[in-house]
Design a protein around this ligand. Structure first.
Ligand SMILES: Nc1ncnc2c1ncn2[C@@H]1O[C@H](COP(=O)(O)OP(=O)(O)OP(=O)(O)O)[C@@H](O)[C@H]1O
Ligand SMILES: [Mg+2]
Length: 317
């Protein structure tokens, strides 16, 4: 596949937004209002636990949404660069990547964006991204370090013309890279497995979301949970599923950031084709479009799109 530079404006455009606020105002809360006033819906795929299906979900949910007509931007915020590899790019041969975007004021999101499929664009990462945690640490105290991704992506996401959805693949940690993802995001989707102790990890994650909502991004909410590598026939999976549903139900109406979170249906079944397609640098739709993994991610994508349509109609986005 040939990949072309995406024609994205280099300079932030000044736009008037709701309430007469201007998008260039430096206050973080104001900037969120500006981003939310139109344009792309930004989803962070987040779970501090490793190997739960974040990257597989970013690739295949993103590809499914693109198939359903949405213009999708994928952002690789993990120094492992798995999303980048899975989309068929070689991290070692990238000119610029998310590292440069975060560290070099002269590099814009348009400079590093690459088209990897129809309606599918990626901001790729390589291993040097790990250095960002220490290189930006000095700016963390006043909150600047947590907002770099948001500031750099604002020109892309502010208008309605570029993307409908943005999926950010977070690393398996709660450091500065994840905080940057959460500062940019409208919502968090949690890929997880129905395993023992999974709920304990979920409450830690929700605590982090709550803190970020208070300190950096008042608009942040948890949209839902996607069960990955699901083996629904096991007693353990059924028990964890019941506990998870009860936990989400207990949050309804509480005003917590997860009070509207849903358990997306269907759960994504364990399917070897989903594991195989990453080594071919393809989404499941280019590798095995008829397999159960492709069916599941397409169905989840429909659920996510329907959820967005409902919240847009309610005026909550
Ligand atoms: N539904 C599935 N069926 C089978 N294998 C899967 C499925 N989903 C993910 N996998 C495999 O499980 C492994 C972990 O998935 P993935 O890399 O998406 O997790 P992750 O949360 O992004 O991991 P990390 O925290 O290291 O970034 C990968 O080898 C992937 O191919
Ligand atoms: Mg990953």
């Amino acid at each position: 596949m040939t990949r072309t530079e995406v024609p994205i404006p280099d300079q932030p455009v000044t736009v008037e937004v709701t309430g007469g606020l201007r998008a260039e105002q430096s206050d973080g809360a104001t900037e969120r209002i500006a981003l939310n006033s139109g344009g792309a819906r930004v989803i962070a795929l987040m779970n501090q636990k490793g190997g739960v299906g974040k990257t597989t979900t970013a690739v295949n949910l993103g590809a499914a949404m693109a198939r359903l007509g949405k213009r999708v931007l994928l952002i690789d915020m993990d120094p492992q660069g798995h999303l980048t590899l899975h989309m068929g790019l070689d991290p070692a041969s990238l000119g610029h990547s998310v590292y440069d975007l975060l560290i070099d004021p002269a590099v814009s999101a348009g400079d590093i964006a690459q088209e990897v499929g129809e309606r599918l664009v990626i901001l790729p990462a390589e291993t040097n991204l790990a250095g960002v945690e220490s290189e930006l640490a000095a700016d963390a105290a006043d909150g600047r370090a947590q907002r770099v991704l948001m500031d750099k992506c604002a020109p892309l996401l502010r208008g309605k013309d570029w993307f409908d959805s943005v999926l950010i693949d977070c690393p398996p940690s709660l450091g500065l890279l994840t905080l940057n993802a959460l500062a940019l995001a409208d919502e968090v989707i949690v890929p997880m497995q129905a395993h023992f102790l999974a709920l304990q990890g979920l409450s830690k994650l929700l605590e982090t979301v709550q803190l970020v909502k208070q300190a950096i991004n008042p608009a942040l909410s948890v949209a839902g949970v996607i069960l990955c590598m699901h083996e629904g026939q096991t007693i353990l999976a059924k028990e964890v599923l019941d506990d998870l549903s009860a936990f989400l139900d207990s949050g309804r109406g509480t005003g917590q950031p997860w009070s509207d979170a849903v358990l997306y249906q269907p759960a994504v079944r364990r399917n070897i084709k989903l594991a195989e397609c990453s080594s071919f640098g393809k989404s499941i739709f280019d590798y095995a479009p008829q397999c159960p993994g492709a069916q599941d991610y397409l169905a989840v994508a429909r659920a996510v799109i329907a959820q967005h349509a409902t919240s847009a109609a309610r005026g909550t986005h």
